[in-house]
Design a protein around this ligand. Structure first.
Ligand code: ZN
Length: 293
């Protein structure tokens, strides 16, 4: 099986940028960690894919972002963190929801699980004094539309976004990934037409194409057909959490003196990282030292 990867290419003298992603292996890891049900597996795969797409313009090693999707639906909110190396991690409030497939087409109801009464927020730290925060209202909770809305209104980049996940009846990930096509400064009408045709050419939805062409490089070649393009970057994507005991201790330090004192009385504390579910144990002695410092 191919590893999760993102490939970026430009066409028409750099006026169009296309990114193709396979995120199957990172979704499998996210699913394992969070124990997601079918519908939330699909939502998580789309959110991870969107998170990777948002890193497409990252240049510096210290660039990182958080994507927060909060739609007031049964799964609560999803948070995806990503950095320049495309190390991803995610957290979901409720990984198991009770949702029927959509009546209209029998597909998993991602929009229903996410909800559409809320926001899609991106916090980008690209090494400036303050992080950039962009928020748009959710369009459908299907995540692809919402990301497209974000790119247009927050970053002023007209974008076509397709994200898709296929999950088997046994809740196995069959395919996960997406396509992002963006019009860059200087674009012309013919490039808009090209983008529309590109999206239309993906009959049966993006997930079917990712299933058939697991290697993003191959999928890119198939989708762009005769159009000449230049490959920019090929990046491996992985699910990585950089948590450690020290980081968790600093979170513990923020809960306040009284709380820590009561934990000491209880003989210690158990803390679980939201993103990777690693458990950390702090003894009463360690907590006393925390109070002293
Ligand atoms: Zn962790």
């Amino acid at each position: 099986m191919t590893n999760s990867q993102m490939i970026t290419a430009t066409l028409f003298d750099g006026k169009v940028r296309v990114c193709v992603l396979n995120t199957k292996s990172v979704l499998e890891e996210g699913k394992r960690i969070h124990g997601t049900c079918h519908t939330v597996t699909a939502a998580l795969g789309r959110a991870l894919t969107a998170g990777v797409m948002l890193t497409a313009d990252f240049k510096e090693d210290n660039n990182r972002l958080s994507l927060i999707i909060n739609g007031d639906g049964p799964l609560g909110k999803i948070i995806v963190d990503a950095n320049h190396k495309v190390h991803l991690k995610a957290d979901i409030d409720f990984p198991v929801v009770n949702m029927m497939p959509r009546e209209s087409d029998g597909k998993l109801d991602v929009g229903g699980a996410v909800g559409n009464d809320g926001y899609f927020r991106v916090i980008k730290d690209i090494g400036l004094k303050e992080p950039y925060i962009g928020t748009v209202n959710l369009v459908s909770g299907e995540i692809g539309d919402d990301l497209s809305e974000y790119f247009f209104f927050s970053e002023q980049i007209p974008s076509a976004v397709a994200v898709g996940v296929l999950v088997s009846p046994e809740n196995e990930v069959i395919a996960s990934g997406g396509l992002l096509a963006q019009l860059l400064p200087g674009y012309e009408e013919e490039h808009v037409v090209f983008l529309e045709a590109l999206l239309e050419s993906m009959e049966g939805g993006i997930s079917k194409w990712i299933k058939d062409y697991e290697d993003p490089k191959e999928l890119l070649a198939v989708l762009l057909r005769d159009e000449p393009y230049t490959i920019g970057t090929i990046k491996d994507i992985s699910y990585v959490c950089e948590c450690n005991k020290e980081k968790l201790l600093s979170i513990l330090a923020s809960i306040g003196r009284e709380e820590i004192e009561s934990l000491i009385e209880e003989g210690g504390a158990e803390l679980t990282c939201h993103f990777c579910k690693t458990q950390y144990h702090f003894t009463g002695e360690e907590l006393s030292q925390l109070l002293e410092s």
